[in-house]
Write a protein that binds this ligand. Structure first.
Ligand code: 13P
Ligand code: SF4
Length: 309
């Protein structure tokens, strides 16, 4: 029996659902029941009938699954799956910013801890950030923690004043306009450039489409005549794109094979870890009660807002 088959058998025995983010290794995506972006995974976690959720992503995502399903067992197969963007904001640093902007509504990207979510008014993902900010009655917003996503949202919603926290995702923030221009110059004339809103402004300005990882999956259908797509997000998305569009070409924006747009946290989980999570029911994610209640309120408010794209 292959490792893949063993995992599927164990998942059935445990009545477990395996969720995987679009940035996971291809073999993990292939063994999962559902592959998606942060928003899609939260929705899937909320609606699952399984007793156990095996979360192949990073810690803040597994924590959100637990917050939305406190009665279920949520497992993170590898405890080293953190996130430097989530680590860039703490309860103490958010409280400091809230003191400086007391009349602002706090919108927090899901790439944050449950404790930080609990201190926020509402959450967002890259798939609904613009709609979330537009939906608010207040015209003063404190957006945390990603400064690139915050700047992009502020541009889409110019009628609101958006104060932006100073965090970033180093995987996306490393990319510069010069990298992108080089990649565009080496490509065909009708190449389509796709960027994640966690990228810097010079990248977003060169892009034809700026969207979450799930929305990226439908970009090739939107451009039936384009042969090549330059992708400006973590390299795990290539697996799904290449499987879904075998006749098209997908090139990483970093001019190499995606080695710079490679998230070490997303790639720490292996198939062996997934098997071991199911065999030993490890590592169970727990969230302190007060954080869970507060984070749930912020996530549920977010889930009531439709996706942008
Ligand atoms: P999305 O899948 O929501 O676009 O997430 C991007 C990301 O960086 C997750 O870590
Ligand atoms: Fe965090 Fe990695 Fe996602 Fe960046 S790509 S936000 S570091 S999990």
């Amino acid at each position: 029996m292959t490792l893949h088959e063993e995992i599927r058998e164990l998942a059935a025995e445990r009545n477990a659902v395996i969720l995987a983010h679009n940035y996971q290794w291809g073999d993990i995506q292939d063994v999962a029941d559902f592959v998606g972006d942060s928003l899609g995974l939260s929705i899937e976690a909320q609606s699952t009938a399984a007793d156990t959720i095996v979360f192949c992503g990073v810690h803040f995502m597994a924590e959100s699954a637990k917050v939305l399903n406190p009665e279920k067992r949520v497992l993170l197969p590898n405890l080293a799956a953190g996130c430097s963007l989530a680590d860039s904001i703490t309860a103490a640093s958010l409280l400091e910013w809230k003191e400086r902007y007391p009349d602002h509504t706090v919108v927090t990207y899901v790439n944050s801890s449950a404790e930080v979510k609990a201190l926020s008014d509402i959450c967002c993902t890259s798939a609904n950030a613009v709609s979330v900010v537009r939906s608010l009655p207040s015209d003063k917003v404190l957006f945390t923690p990603d400064r690139n996503l915050g700047r992009w949202v502020a541009e889409q919603v110019p009628e609101k004043t958006v104060v932006i926290y100073d965090g970033d995702c180093p995987v996306h923030d490393i990319l510069r306009g010069a990298d992108m221009k080089r990649t565009i110059e080496a490509a065909d004339k009708d190449t389509i450039v796709v960027a994640h809103p966690e990228c810097r402004q010079d990248i977003v300005e060169l892009a034809d489409e700026v969207c979450s990882t799930t929305a990226m999956m439908s970009v090739p259908s939107k451009y039936p005549d384009a042969k090549t797509f330059i992708i400006s997000t973590e390299n795990g998305i290539l697996h799904r794109l290449r499987k879904s569009y075998p006749g098209r070409e997908f090139v990483m924006a970093d001019g190499c094979i995606g080695c710079r747009l490679h998230c070490p946290y997303m790639k720490v989980t292996t198939l062996e870890d997934v098997k071991s999570a199911l065999v030993n029911l490890e590592h169970e994610v727990t969230v302190p009660h007060d954080d869970l209640v507060g984070a749930r309120r912020s996530l549920e408010r977010m889930l009531a807002v439709p996706r942008d794209n």
